[in-house]
Design a protein around this ligand. Sequence first.
Ligand code: BEZ
Length: 211
Amino acid sequence: MAIQLGDVAPNFQADTTEGPIDLYEYLGDGWGILFSHPADFTPVCTTELGAFANRKDEFTKRNTKLIGVSVDSVESHKGWSKDIADTQGSALNYPLIGDEDRKVADLYGMIHPNALATLTVRSVFVIGPDKTVRLTLTYPASVGRNIDEILRVLDALQLGAEYPVSTPVDWTDGKDVIVSPALSDDEANERFPKGFTTQKPYLRLTPQPNR
Ligand code: BEZ
């Protein structure tokens, strides 16, 4: 069955561009983003993997490690990394798994045969410090992902993990957030000293609490 939100992210050992890796050891106590791309030396993938490399610091700042995967070999990934550097400005600076036997792809259901017969689609799994899956995204080969959106949901997930809040439509870091309906008004006043506004009893907004 497909991996669903809240499931424990399956651990694995794999060969990568940075040597053999055990997923859980690599992630340690932090957050992780495991993402797949269809194939090396292809246009959309080149832009995506370059963008992840260019913005690695933004993930590190969020205590989040990146790890990519496709069914190409580690040697192929290393050769392609030069093209990524030439065209996108950064070579690979996070491990990329060579999953020729599709072990990781099958474990995480990254091959969607009705879309791409033998290649991984563009999957994203956000893994929390407790190793549970906090978010999944699936894009087809023809549509590149949006790094801003991945960072945005990571911010929202990390905020929700720390405070009893959720984030409204189009929320971005710094905007007001929604007070959990599980809190009474008294409890909300205690948890959110900046106060909150009540639009409906179930829709209460408060300034972002970690700002
Ligand atoms: C691409 O990255 O552009 C791509 C990769 C595999 C299939 C189709 C497109």
